[in-house]
Design a protein. Structure first.
Length: 346
């Protein structure tokens, strides 16, 4: 192309004056720039529309994270003009899905919807997680905060957290298991803190996600469990589970009758976990910007926002940079808690 251009302009010099040549060259350069931008945009959207988008979820179908992903599936598809597929890759608290994201092409075709556990907690508690969020992932945008909750089966005699503590001391001999949705998770460290604070032998019972833990709670195969508000609130409203306490700095709108751990005398548990979406490192900046806008618009759509709030989320759109800052701050808080617990990475 450069050779043809050279001969073309050589011939042109024979037929135009110096002033005309300058005007012609200026116009040609301007038109070429416009064509280059248009061509680049066309290539970009052709590239972006080349594949459906699969959103990985690192937890089983039916759990809170899976429900959230499926709520966002259609509005994201509409705004991006691409098919969005939810793909569950449960296991190891989201670690399997995170490792898959790391090895996926950075072309916008594979994303990862997750919460604080996989991004902020796992890399601190697993010796070889197989990924480093800051190096391997690109934040695409955050969309909500939530709180963790402590619940018992509706069949359990305790109606308050204080009654649960009294039951453990008197009827369980000071020793009882508390279900958690994943090992070495925020709920596990909360169990450790509760055990230390109240001088009880509370043992974490890890599950592969919240759904099997809830099934055991409903049948009272396990006495208590800690999970996100979106996992428990539906069963609490139906009278099948009883939420006794929540984390966070204030009571939750959906559970105004339930006290916070701060009210019960446990400070330092006010920071709220977050939800965000990530891509492999190196995804084009233009796609990141477009996706972040689509995500923010989707969660603020009245019908979607209402459904998210009804399962206990605080809708909070975050830009990619804001999600990154939130991730760093939350990681720092739990780094201090994990280290003070004496936990050694496995």
């Amino acid at each position: 192309m450069a050779v043809y251009g050279f001969f073309f302009f050589s011939l042109l010099e024979k037929f135009v004056t110096h002033a005309s040549r300058r005007r012609f060259l200026a116009q040609t350069a301007q038109q070429a720039a416009v064509l280059a931008v248009a061509s680049g945009a066309g290539w970009r959207w052709s590239w972006a529309a080349d594949k459906p988008i699969r959103i990985l979820v690192g937890f089983p179908p039916g759990g809170g994270t899976d429900v959230i992903a499926r709520l966002l599936q259609e509005p994201l598809s509409q705004r991006l003009g691409r098919t969005v597929i939810i793909e569950n890759k449960p296991g190891a608290g989201g670690q399997i899905a995170a490792q898959l994201l790391k090895t996926s092409p950075a072309d916008g075709s594979t994303l990862f919807l997750t919460h604080d556990h996989t991004i902020s907690i796992l890399p601190q508690v697993v010796r070889h997680a197989g990924f480093v969020p800051g190096l391997d992932f690109e934040p695409m945008g955050g969309f909500a905060s939530f709180v963790n909750t402590f619940a018992v089966s509706a069949l359990h005699p305790a109606k308050t957290f204080e009654e649960y503590l009294a039951w453990v001391r008197k009827d369980a001999g000071g020793r009882s298991a508390v279900g958690i949705p994943a090992p070495a998770s925020t709920p596990e460290f909360l169990v450790k803190q509760l055990a230390s604070r109240y001088q009880l032998d509370l043992i974490s019972a890890p599950y592969k996600g919240s759904a099997p833990m809830i099934a055991d709670l409903l049948g009272r195969q396990i006495e208590a469990g800690i999970g996100s508000v979106q996992d428990f609130v539906h069963y609490h409203k139906q009278g099948k589970l009883r939420v006794l306490a929540v984390l966070g700095g204030k009571r939750q709108p959906l559970l105004p009758e339930v006290p916070t751990f701060s009210e019960l005398g446990m400070q330092g548990l006010e920071d709220m976990p977050y939800y965000g979406i990530y891509a492999p490192k190196g995804v084009p900046a233009r796609f990141t910007q477009r996706f972040a806008q689509a995500l923010a618009e989707s969660v603020q759509e009245p019908a979607i926002r209402k459904q998210l709030e009804e399962i206990g989320l605080v809708v909070e759109p975050m830009t990619p940079q804001q999600l990154h800052q939130r991730e760093q701050a939350y990681t720092g808080v739990w780094q201090r808690i994990i280290q003070s617990s004496g936990f050694q990475p496995q």
